[in-house]
Design a protein around this ligand. Sequence first.
Ligand SMILES: [Mg+2]
Length: 181
Amino acid sequence: MVSEILDDKLIAKIRLIRLLVLDVDGVMTDGRIIMDYAGREIKNFDVKDGHGIKVLMRYGIDVILVTGRRSTVVEHRARDLGIGEVHQGVTNKLEISDTILRNRSLNYEHIAFVGDDIVDIPLLRRVGFSAAVADAAEDVRKCVDYVTISKGGRGAVREVCELILKAKGEWTDVAKRYEFL
Ligand SMILES: [Mg+2]
């Protein structure tokens, strides 16, 4: 039951969420970057996170990736999951979010954001629902609505996707679809 994890105030906030913004390194991945001799990057993504994102989008919640780094791997992963909007090389996540919201005629109360490091704090403080991965920096964990049980790149995103669907009362429908209810 979602009410055992979140209080009523938080459930009410999550019900307003229309958009999930995700940081990439340390949230979509475990934060480690492998570089080969040519300087190409390899990152670890989580299959269950990916499926959570796909299910969430199927229920009308858009997902956007926002990252301070630049990597072709991120483009590939986004395409793989059907994520249409990716912002790389972002130095100010709050500023890009202003643009994202303006383009969609939404407000900060409609955004959920998951972060792991201190650069994410300004946006985490503004959004309707903020989450930090279990292994986020201590200052990040202190300022969010919810800290996931799972670590970044190891199910944290899946946890947030399920939480949003549960708070919105959609999880029962997901359960029926996959016959685990
Ligand atoms: Mg990060």
